[in-house]
Design a protein around this ligand. Structure first.
Ligand SMILES: NC(=O)c1ccc[n+]([C@@H]2O[C@H](COP(=O)([O-])OP(=O)(O)OC[C@H]3O[C@@H](n4cnc5c(N)ncnc54)[C@H](OP(=O)(O)O)[C@@H]3O)[C@@H](O)[C@H]2O)c1
Length: 322
């Protein structure tokens, strides 16, 4: 049964309240972190809702920004309750966090001190440089680094550190992320719940065994890039046949969104949905015939296989480099 917009809003508000209760965040923010890494003690103004998570991003790149925007949008945190470490030359990221009301620092230690939850969001090869800076096991570390296993994270961290490995994707920025996570040995049910709530707030979030993270990365992590190409190519086709660029992009993007929503909302097999719009001797079956001749299906299957193998290669390389 479909929920009305009103019911959906109420359910969302209730979920948010529950999330905030579960997150059980601290009542006072006491440190203001300045861009040069200096920490200034301060009392929080009374009008700040403290019933939210303090999030520390170790690495403030594209994915960290997408998540930060998504968490703010979902009401799980506020710009001023997030802190990100950025390299001094990464002006773009520093500016983006500033626009969200967040401070950035040039060192990782202030972020480690600050966050209730730490999100490790640097490139995989930078991970070994950062983990030794974490000196106790008091905080949940959520790693989004591609190919870095739970075992290697746990090995490099103080004993019994709760770790959760997550694979998100960039549509988290617009609340349409597809995320999976897997729990480390010392991550509690509550840690898993916090992770699930955070990432469910920016899309869908599922728990999977760790050996499925690489195929998920290939499908959902890299998937938006494949779909952007599909959208661009469909729009090119429309332009070739006389549509203007703006309308062609709009229609192609909306068509992908609509088709994805049909699959998700109706639970009808995509093959059946395809059959339903393919009339005998019609234009759709003619188009499909061309796609099949050009090997679209195999190209996508091959792409996901190749990307999975590449993830495995990167994991092995990351392990070797340590
Ligand atoms: N993008 C995606 O769709 C996606 C999806 C799933 C998972 N991931 C994972 O998310 C992680 C981040 O990816 P991304 O696309 O956000 O990469 P990114 O934009 O390059 O972000 C990494 C950030 O960390 C900064 N950094 C480098 N060395 C640092 C250090 N020592 N201390 C603190 N910060 C440092 C980088 O600065 P510089 O740019 O100046 O080097 C950059 O701003 C990766 O491990 C990736 O595998 C990404």
């Amino acid at each position: 049964m479909k929920m009305s917009v009103g019911l959906k809003t109420m359910a969302f508000v209730k979920l948010n309240r529950r999330v905030r209760r579960i997150l059980n965040v601290r009542k006072y923010v006491s440190d203001q972190l300045l861009a040069d890494g200096e920490v200034k003690k301060q009392r929080i103004p009374l009008n700040i809702n403290t019933n939210m998570l303090k999030i520390g991003f170790l690495g403030g790149g594209k994915m960290a920004q997408a998540l930060a925007k998504g968490f703010i949008r979902a009401g799980l945190s506020k710009g001023e309750m997030m802190l990100a470490s950025c390299l001094p030359n990464d002006i773009g990221s520093i500016e983006t966090f500033k626009e969200m009301g967040s401070n950035t620092v040039f060192a990782n230690a202030p972020v480690i001190d600050y966050g209730d939850v730490l999100i490790l969001s640097v490139k995989p090869q930078v991970v070994p440089k950062i983990l030794p800076e974490i000196h106790d096991n008091k905080k949940l570390l959520i790693s989004i680094a591609m190919g870095v296993s739970l075992t290697s994270l746990e090995r490099a961290l103080p004993e019994k550190t709760p770790v959760i490995r997550v694979m998100p994707n960039t549509p988290a920025l617009v609340g349409c992320g597809a995320t999976v996570f897997t729990r480390g040995k010392y991550a509690s049910d509550k840690d898993a719940e916090v992770t699930e709530k955070l990432f469910s707030a920016v899309g869908i979030c599922e728990q999977v065994p760790e050996n499925l993270i690489d195929p998920v990365t290939a499908l959902a992590g890299s998937g938006p890039a494949y779909v952007y190409i599909i959208i661009e190519a469909m729009a090119d086709g429309g332009v070739k046949m006389g549509l203007t660029r703006p309308i062609a992009y709009k229609l192609a993007a909306q068509t992908v969104l609509g088709a994805g929503t049909m699959v998700r909302e109706t639970n009808i097999h995509p093959g059946q949905l395809k059959d339903d719009v393919t009339s005998p001797a019609g234009s759709t079956i003619t188009g499909i015939h061309h796609l099949e001749k050009q090997g679209l299906r195999s190209a996508l299957i091959d792409a996901i296989e190749a990307a999975t193998l590449r993830c495995r290669e990167v994991s092995l390389q990351t392990e070797k480099d340590k």
